[in-house]
Design a protein around this ligand. Structure first.
Ligand code: ADP
Length: 478
């Protein structure tokens, strides 16, 4: 393919050279000839009045390599011949009859000048003029001679007619030499194109073919394929790096999907087992139909419904079809309210919630969703609080107007290399899935979805064994 392109390119270039050579060369050559003859005619007109005009004409004939015949004009037409130079030998001028001179003059007098081309073979067969045999011209068969006739005025105002004759060397012979040159050039170009195609196919096409083949393997689910390519072309290097990155990401997503299925099925199975177990106990064992047991079934069913809701919500965020219901509310109140309800819920388990907020923190945002963010962060803090069981909720206004919320725990913390990943869908620092104390387990990805919809800043600072500080900052006006 590459070679075909290069071949077409060479062909077009050669065609251009050929056509320009055959079309333009002739024209340029005759232009040059004509202007040379006009220059000679001009020179002749200037010297014509002087006494040494004949000598001057001979010099001009030699310099310009033309035959010269200059006539003066009478009322009836051509007068006497004033100057004559270089007109012997092969010149047409010595072979024209008076009638032909008169005819040329007549033609020139219409427009001021006339140009004729004579070919040796056809126009000047040996002929007898005035008793002497004129020899045929001795120039090469396909050479031409051109005769240019110009009406001029000498400096003293005399009207003269200048006949000039020059050999038009056949452009064909020069073109012949050029054709050989072009042929050689064509061969060089074709060989060059072949070499170039070979080099390019080795250095560009081959790596791309390899990359395509590897991409096919990647599409088939082989995420371990390596795209690394040794190439001096930056673009190919970049392409292979991008494909490597894509392969890495795909394998991550694949891993996460598998993990998701494992986690979700675990999360679904646990409450279902409990519901079935408790249901069977209540059906089969007399006296077990107690409100506590019914409550367990209700709790587990709620947990299931929460999980399903979270999965649906997350898929909506991912599809990008969620809109916000913006209103103004007091963020400080929200924090206090969350702390109070968690405090009540976890009363017997030794959790302490501290809230640090100014009196009012007015914010415009989607209230329910911001509540959900705070809930998810607090529920994570509870789940990963470890033995410390102290959780702090901080709310404040920053200098740039943003409203910052922090949820701080003194629990197990997150390893530094995992910090970036925890916002990923279904990511768990601990590969061993443990049943959340509260919440469904997709918490941080939902938090991230909501905060990004709000154009909020968010992040986490954490140290292993010392605890974590999850924070987000809502912009002043939505
Ligand atoms: P889940 O808590 O159900 O695993 P999340 O998306 O809420 O799901 O959190 C993702 C991961 O981030 C958790 O598995 C946990 O490893 C880590 N994580 C989240 N919050 C905390 C926290 N406060 N302390 C320590 N680790 C946390």
């Amino acid at each position: 393919m590459l070679f075909a392109y290069l071949a077409v390119f060479c062909g077009v270039i050669l065609l251009l050279i050929w056509s320009s050579q055959s079309l333009l060369l002739n024209r340029i050559y005759s232009r040059i000839m004509l202007s040379r003859m006009d220059a000679a005619a001009g020179d002749l007109a200037t010297i014509c009045d002087s006494e040494r005009a004949q000598r001057g004409a001979e010099v001009i004939a030699v310099n310009y390599q033309v035959g010269i015949a200059v006539f003066d004009l009478t009322d009836t037409g051509l007068g006497s011949r004033l100057l004559w130079a270089g007109g012997e030998g092969g010149s047409v001028l010595s072979r024209l009859t008076n009638a032909e001179y008169a005819e040329l003059y007549a033609a020139a007098s219409v427009s001021g000048s006339v140009t004729r081309t004579y070919s040796d073979r056809f126009d000047f067969a040996p002929s007898e003029v005035g008793g002497t045999l004129r020899p045929p011209l001795s120039i090469t068969a396909d050479a031409h001679r051109i005769v240019r006739v110009r009406l001029m005025e000498t400096p003293s105002g005399n009207q003269i007619v200048v006949f000039l004759d020059a050999a038009m060397m056949p452009v064909g012979s020069a073109a012949g030499a050029l054709q050989v040159e072009i042929l050689l050039l064509s061969i060089v170009l074709v060989v060059g194109a072949l070499c170039l195609a070979y080099v390019m196919s080795r250095r560009v096409v081959a790596p791309i073919t390899r990359l395509t083949e590897k991409a096919g393997r990647l599409a088939g689910g082989h995420y371990d394929v390596s795209f690394a390519e040794e190439s001096s072309y930056r673009e190919i290097g970049e392409l292979s790096a991008t494909l490597d990155y894509a392969a890495g990401e795909l394998s991550k997503v694949d891993g996460l999907q598998k993990e998701l299925i494992a986690n979700i099925s675990h999360d679904l199975r646990t409450p279902l087992t409990m519901i079935i177990g408790y249901g069977e106990i209540m059906r089969d064992i007399e006296g077990e139909n107690k409100p506590e047991n019914v409550q367990v079934i209700i709790d587990e069913a709620k947990r299931l419904s929460g999980l399903v809701n979270d999965i649906l919500q997350l898929s909506r965020y991912q599809a990008g079809c969620e809109t916000l219901d913006i209103s103004s509310f007091n963020l400080a109140e929200e924090l206090q309210h969350t702390a109070a309800s968690y405090g009540q819920m976890l009363e017997g388990r030794g959790f302490h919630f501290f809230v640090q907020v100014p009196g009012a923190l007015p914010v415009t945002a989607d209230r329910l969703r911001v509540q959900q963010v705070i809930n998810n962060l607090v529920s994570n803090a509870v789940n990963y609080a470890g033995d410390s069981r102290e959780i702090m909720l901080i709310g404040k206004q920053l200098a740039d107007g943003y409203l910052r919320v922090e949820v701080v725990d003194h629990g197990e913390g997150i390893p530094p290399d995992k910090l970036a990943d925890i916002w990923q869908r279904y990511y768990k620092v601990d590969a061993q899935h443990k049943r959340s104390v509260i919440g469904s387990g997709l918490g941080l990805s939902i938090v991230r979805g909501i905060l990004e919809l709000h154009h909020a800043r968010y992040g986490v600072e954490s140290r292993l064994g010392e605890g974590s500080r999850f924070w987000f900052e809502l912009p002043p006006k939505q």
